[in-house]
Design a protein around this ligand. Structure first.
Ligand code: HEM
Ligand code: HEM
Length: 559
């Protein structure tokens, strides 16, 4: 036995001489990572992706990416004798005839929904805490691209079974491609290998779904994680945490154990969902037939906002020279708007840095209230997105709540211009109110609800000072001055180049920082500490004369 161990040890050192992994591991495994529950969101995205890879490989063994028509003869009797594509029939086989097939299919689908949800909530965490600021802007761009690619990958997978529900989705995509002016029809023929639906689409989509996109995602996730390691993780403000240190636990053994355990929890929950909750029962929809549509058909949740945008658009069309139709009703919501939204998403870190003029490195996270405009922009975008998702399900909502679908469409058309700005204003005011509360907490302590009556009859409210931990968190706020507009000419009378642009930028910057409530200065804190921690001499004397003691840990605040 000891000989085997010795030989194995020798083999490892020989391997290590050729590929010096141990020194690399030694240097990095003790790296410190900060701790917070919200840092688990990125992990959920990562583990869901691993589950997708594992279950996806299992599905490839039986799935037949072919649109060749066959007559079904499997064990799901209601469809026996029906004409369908091999893709649809093989998905039925996976569901009813392959051992564990339905379970793995359902785990794959649930993992896809969790993957997209985890990515999005992870993105919100990054956004609201300002974790995308320098030096992590590029990692934000990688993340944003992964959302877009994940969305395409999910749509591709959802379309593979060639059932009536997914076929309707593919038909919509064909329509969107056709709506692109000039090249639309050519592009549609190129993608589908001829008229819709043709025979080539599912095999092409299959290569896209199981090879091309997973490969790209794998590379991007690898790069994303390497960059996180390289930049080090940001941390939330707290006692002893600064922009230049990291307070937390070492990667090995603490995080390796935690992350390993968490992977099994995510896998367990996904497997439980796959085992207990039906998802995408394609046998109930039937095979895709181009002239049929199922009532109440809904895409997976992450596509809902696109569908909502499409459904809200008025029926605008232009016919050029009496023969070329431009379908604005499809082109704008399904091609132009998504392009603009993705562009803004990817550019956000750079836009914010331009408006604030803040190009410094940030390793300490912002509290959302301390950056009211950013937080308000985030909530505004979420409300915009939410309205579109609701409209994407307007037929189902109309039937469930006995409403008219037209009412819902008009609610969306008007609401989309009114609700997001209201959400912006309300959030901004809310953040500023929280800033004011923080300032009050530092200067006057917490209202204890205890009222003290002084012997001469006056009532004072007792305020307890906040703990040092809370103080450290509140004091982490940075008060940044807005950018000033340069003078029209310099001291030699030379006109400032690009004056108009610079004035605009200064205006935006002022609007961005707007009514920021400055945190108390050191002098104000000193004054408050001096003033607040003891009762006035005459009050103490009064209490003592009455045979009472002033509460020593409490701070009265009647002055
Ligand atoms: C496949 C999808 C993704 C995976 C597997 C993933 C994974 C992770 C993990 C494990 C972390 C460290 C833990 C944490 O902070 O949550 C992280 C951090 C980060 N992620 Fe992602 N992420 C994904 C998508 C995204 C998206 C969509 C964005 C933004 C648009 C993004 C931007 C970032 C940034 C900027 C950090 C650094 C955060 C910091 O240091 O505080 N990621 N990601
Ligand atoms: C981000 C990664 C992925 C996402 C979001 C995703 C999503 C999906 C979805 C939603 C379906 C429809 C499932 C259903 O029938 O209800 C599907 C089907 C499928 N996926 Fe994926 N998938 C991913 C990665 C993979 C990988 C890596 C493979 C293979 C290596 C794979 C192989 C398949 C196959 C063969 C099907 C068709 C079988 C079926 O529908 O049951 N997937 N995928």
């Amino acid at each position: 036995m000891s000989l085997i161990v010795k030989e194995a040890g020798k083999a490892i050192s020989r391997a290590d001489e050729r590929a010096p992994i141990s020194s690399l591991l030694k240097a990095n495994m003790r790296k410190i990572f900060p701790d917070h529950w919200s840092f688990m969101l990125g992990e959920i995205a990562l583990y869901s992706f691993i589950i997708l890879l594992l279950t996806g490989v299992y599905l490839t063994i039986w799935f037949k990416p072919s649109m060749t028509e066959i007559v079904y003869n499997g064990s799901y009797t209601p469809l026996v004798g029906i004409h369908m594509s091999e893709a649809y029939a093989s998905t039925l086989d996976i569901s009813f005839d392959v051992r564990g097939g339905l379970l793995l299919r359902q785990i794959h689908h649930w993992a896809a929904l969790f993957f997209m949800a985890a990515m999005m909530v992870h993105m919100f965490r990054i956004f609201f805490t300002g974790a995308f600021r320098r030096p992590r802007e590029f990692n934000w761009v990688i993340g944003g691209s992964m959302i877009l690619i994940g969305l395409l990958e999910g749509f591709a997978g959802y379309s593979l079974p060639d059932d009536l529900l997914s076929g309707v989705g593919v038909r919509i995509v064909a329509g969107i491609v056709e709506s692109i002016p000039v090249i639309g029809t050519y592009l549609m023929f190129f993608i589908f290998g001829g008229e819709f639906p043709g025979n080539d689409f599912i095999p092409r989509l299959y290569t896209f779904h199981v090879l091309l996109v997973p490969g790209i995602l794998l590379a991007l996730i690898g790069l994303h994680l390497i960059l996180i390691f390289y930049h080090k993780h940001t941390q939330y403000p707290g006692p002893g945490r600064t922009n230049s240190n990291v307070v937390g636990f070492p990667l090995f053994p603490v995080y390796v154990a935690k992350a390993g355990g968490f992977f099994f929890i995510v896998f367990g929950v996904t497997a439980l969902m796959g085992a207990l909750v039906t998802i995408n029962p394609i046998w109930a929809y039937g095979p895709y037939v181009p002239d049929q549509v199922t009532a109440g058909s809904q895409p997976d949740w992450y596509i809902g906002f696109l569908d909502g945008m499409l459904r809200a658009m008025p029926p605008w069309e232009t016919v050029l020279f009496g023969q070329w139709t431009i379908s604005w009703n499809v082109f704008i919501p399904a091609a132009v708007m998504p392009g603009i939204l993705v562009g803004l998403l990817l550019a956000y870190p750079f836009l914010e840095a331009w408006v604030t003029g803040d190009k410094r490195e940030h390793h300490l996270l912002d509290r959302p209230r301390n950056n009211p405009t950013r937080t308000a922009i985030g909530v505004m975008v979420i409300s915009f997105y939410g309205i579109l998702v609701i409209n994407g399900a307007n037929d189902v909502i109309a039937i469930t709540f006995n409403l008219s679908i037209n009412q819902l469409i008009w609610f969306t058309r008007i609401g989309i211009f009114i609700i997001p700005p209201l959400a912006f204003i309300a959030t901004r005011r809310w953040c500023l109110a929280l800033q004011r509360r923080d300032r009050d907490l530092l200067l006057h302590g917490r209202e204890s609800g205890q009222i003290l009556r002084l012997p001469h009859g006056e009532f004072i409210e007792i305020h307890t000072p906040v703990s040092d931990d809370v103080k450290a968190v509140i004091l982490s706020k940075e008060d940044v001055a807005p950018i000033e507009a340069p003078p029209a000419t310099d001291e030699n009378g030379v006109k400032t180049p690009g004056l108009r642009g610079k004035r605009w930028r200064a205006k935006l910057s002022r609007a961005y920082f707007g009514d920021n409530v400055a945190k108390p200065s050191a002098a104000e804190l000193e004054e408050a500490a001096h003033h607040g921690h003891e009762l006035h001499d005459h009050e103490v004397a009064e209490l003592e004369a009455a045979g009472k003691h002033a509460p020593s840990t409490l701070t009265p605040d009647s002055h």
